[in-house]
Design a protein around this ligand. Structure first.
Ligand SMILES: Nc1ncnc2c1ncn2[C@@H]1O[C@H](COP(=O)(O)OS(=O)(=O)O)[C@@H](OP(=O)(O)O)[C@H]1O
Length: 315
């Protein structure tokens, strides 16, 4: 038997969609060896531009894992959870294809994008945590209200011609325009402009809304990797009765591992924060609604769960 490559799986995102819990649950399996750190970020902000050869790049990236342990234990595998990768496809995909040139397994967790955005804003503007954590989150949103950040992000997307269907001021969607634009070449071009201009490496204060636009984020990944490499999970389905064991049965199967019961099903990385103002909540629901409905066709599923994954009472 040959050992599994290091790493054999990556949780790509989305940020604030339950990725920490998923990582912990996977690591409860006796045949899984944790990485040296949960979020390696070896392909985005810890990538070392000075290293030029592929073999040295691989050696560098594998230093984030217990590579020798994995090599010597043929049943075992290791993986990463770096939830910024999903959005930062422009940087990450070419590096990933070059360095980890085997058939990797990917996980993408998704969550109601309105709740994801609120959780993201609350984390980034929170004053708790170590100075290093605060530096990573960035200060750009610190003295801004959620509404200010929403408007700032809308303007960035608009400047890249990414949301021609959205009237920012009135919060109204032009459905015909959306239907024509969604999945078009113009959208691809606008998306690339957005990634180039507005996905930085030195702060976590970005992508409040684009990180919840799952369909457009996933398209570049599907152009570069086979559909069967991906598994998709909805955080909300984990919250239902038997949600965690049911999800983990599929997760372990995706990793070619036998089932293993999860002892600690608790939610990781939870935070208390104020609920969103109704006006912002409704505005964001109107914005995300068509994106959510377009998701099933992009991830190529007919599963009920994804048909209307986050049903809104849009007002
Ligand atoms: N099992 C389960 N059930 C319900 N909710 C859960 C679960 N696991 C994680 N969560 C919620 O996911 C949010 C944290 O997501 P992440 O771990 O991906 O955040 S991070 O990107 O790593 O910072 C965080 O959401 P908020 O509390 O709203 O911030 C967690 O509470």
């Amino acid at each position: 038997m040959v050992s599994r490559p290091t790493p054999s799986y990556i949780i790509l995102g989305a940020q604030k969609a339950g990725t920490t819990s998923l990582y912990h649950y996977i690591n409860e399996h006796p045949w899984v060896i944790k990485a040296r750190r949960r979020e390696t970020h070896c392909l985005d902000w810890r990538w070392d531009e000075k290293i030029k050869t592929k073999s040295k790049q691989l050696e560098y990236c594998q230093r984030f894992f217990f590579t020798d342990h994995v090599k010597n234990r043929v049943s075992c595998q290791t993986g990463d959870s770096s939830p910024s990768y999903l959005l930062d496809s422009r940087r990450v995909i070419p590096r990933l294809k070059r360095v980890f040139d085997w058939k990797m397994k990917f996980f993408v967790m998704m969550r109601d994008p309105v709740r994801r955005a609120t959780s993201h804003y609350s984390m980034v503007t929170s004053t708790d945590g170590t100075p290093a954590q605060q530096k990573t989150r960035g200060l750009e949103w610190r003295n801004k209200s959620l509404w200010d950040v929403v408007q700032m992000e809308m303007k960035k997307m608009n400047e890249c011609s990414l949301i021609p269907y959205w009237n920012i001021e009135d919060g109204i969607i032009d459905q015909d325009c959306f239907d024509q634009f969604f999945g078009s070449q113009q959208e691809d071009e606008a998306w690339n402009r957005y990634l180039e201009r507005y996905v930085p490496l030195n702060t976590g204060s970005y992508g409040l809304l684009t990180r919840g636009m799952y369909a457009v984020q996933l398209r570049p990944w599907f152009r570069s990797f086979d559909r069967d490499q991906f598994m998709f999970l909805r955080l909300e389905s984990m919250k239902s009765k038997n949600g965690v064991p049911n999800a983990m049965e599929r997760v372990f199967s995706h990793l070619d591992l036998p089932y293993h019961p999860i002892c600690d099903e608790s939610a990781k990385n939870s935070r208390e924060y104020e609920s969103t103002d109704t006006k912002i909540h409704d505005y964001l629901q109107r914005f995300f609604e068509p994106h959510n409905r377009g998701l099933a066709s992009v991830i190529q599923t007919k599963s009920e769960e994804w048909i209307d994954p986050w049903p809104y009472q849009v007002v």
